[in-house]
Design a protein around this ligand. Structure first.
Ligand SMILES: *[C@@H]1O[C@H](CO)[C@@H](O)[C@H](O)[C@H]1NC(C)=O
Ligand SMILES: *[C@@H]1O[C@H](CO)[C@@H](O)[C@H](O)[C@H]1NC(C)=O
Ligand SMILES: *[C@@H]1O[C@H](CO)[C@@H](O)[C@H](O)[C@H]1NC(C)=O
Length: 158
C-alpha cells in the first residue's frame, strides 16, 4: 500500500515535472506570428533576471530546416511600453557557431550555449528591474526570415 502510493506519487511527480520542463523550454517565449521555417525549441537565459554588467549564459536550440548560412543575423529587439528601447544585431555564426568549433552553414538540429556580457549604458536605471518585451529574430542574408520568438525578459539594474 505504501509502496503503491510511493510509485503513484513518483510517477505523478515525474510526469508533471517533465511536462513543465517541456512547456517551459522557451522560458515563457512563444513563436512570433508569421512565416518562420526554422523552429526554436529551447531558449533560456541565466541568471534570470539578467543582471546588468555581469556575464550571463544563454542557450538557444532549434532545427535549421533551412540552413543557417554565413552572414545570418541574430537580432534582439527590446520594447518597453511599446517603445523600442534597444536593439542588438549579432553575427549568428560568429557568436554561436564558431565558438563551438563548428562552421556555418548549420543544418538540422542545433543547440548552442554561450556566455555574454549584459551591457551597461549611461542611461540605465539604478536599483530596479525592468521587464522588456523582446523579439528574437534570426535571418539569413538578406532579410530572409528564419526564426522568431517573442516574450518577456527582465533585467535587474543594481
Ligand atoms: C530586427 O528585428 C526587428 C524586430 O523584429 C525588425 O523590425 C528589424 O527589421 C530587424 N532588423 C534586421 C537588420 O534584421
Ligand atoms: C533600492 O530600492 C529599494 C526598493 O525600491 C529601496 O528600499 C532601497 O532603499 C533602494 N536602495 C538604494 C541604495 O537606493
Ligand atoms: C520578418 O519578421 C519580422 C519580425 O516578425 C517582421 O517584422 C518582418 O516584416 C518579416 N519580414 C518579412 C520579409 O517577412
Amino acid at each position: 500500500m505504501n509502496i503503491l502510493l510511493f510509485i503513484i506519487l513518483y510517477f505523478a511527480t515525474f510526469s508533471s515535472s517533465t511536462l513543465i520542463r517541456r512547456q517551459d523550454a522557451l522560458t515563457g517565449f512563444k513563436p512570433c506570428s508569421g512565416n518562420f521555417p526554422n523552429a526554436i525549441t529551447t531558449y533560456s537565459n541565466s541568471p534570470n533576471p539578467l543582471i546588468e554588467g555581469q556575464i550571463a549564459t544563454g542557450r538557444i536550440a532549434g532545427k535549421a530546416t533551412v540552413p543557417i548560412v554565413n552572414g545570418a543575423l541574430y537580432n534582439l529587439t527590446a520594447f518597453y511600453e511599446k517603445q523600442q528601447t534597444f536593439q542588438h544585431i549579432f553575427d549568428f555564426c560568429g557568436i554561436f557557431v564558431i565558438p563551438h568549433g563548428l562552421t556555418c552553414p548549420i543544418n538540422g538540429d542545433y543547440d548552442f550555449t554561450i556566455n555574454f556580457p549584459v551591457e551597461t549604458t549611461v542611461n540605465d536605471p539604478i536599483n530596479t528591474s525592468v521587464t522588456y518585451d523582446m523579439t528574437v529574430l534570426i535571418t539569413n542574408p538578406y532579410d530572409i526570415n528564419l526564426s522568431c520568438i517573442e516574450g518577456k525578459l527582465t533585467v535587474s539594474y543594481p
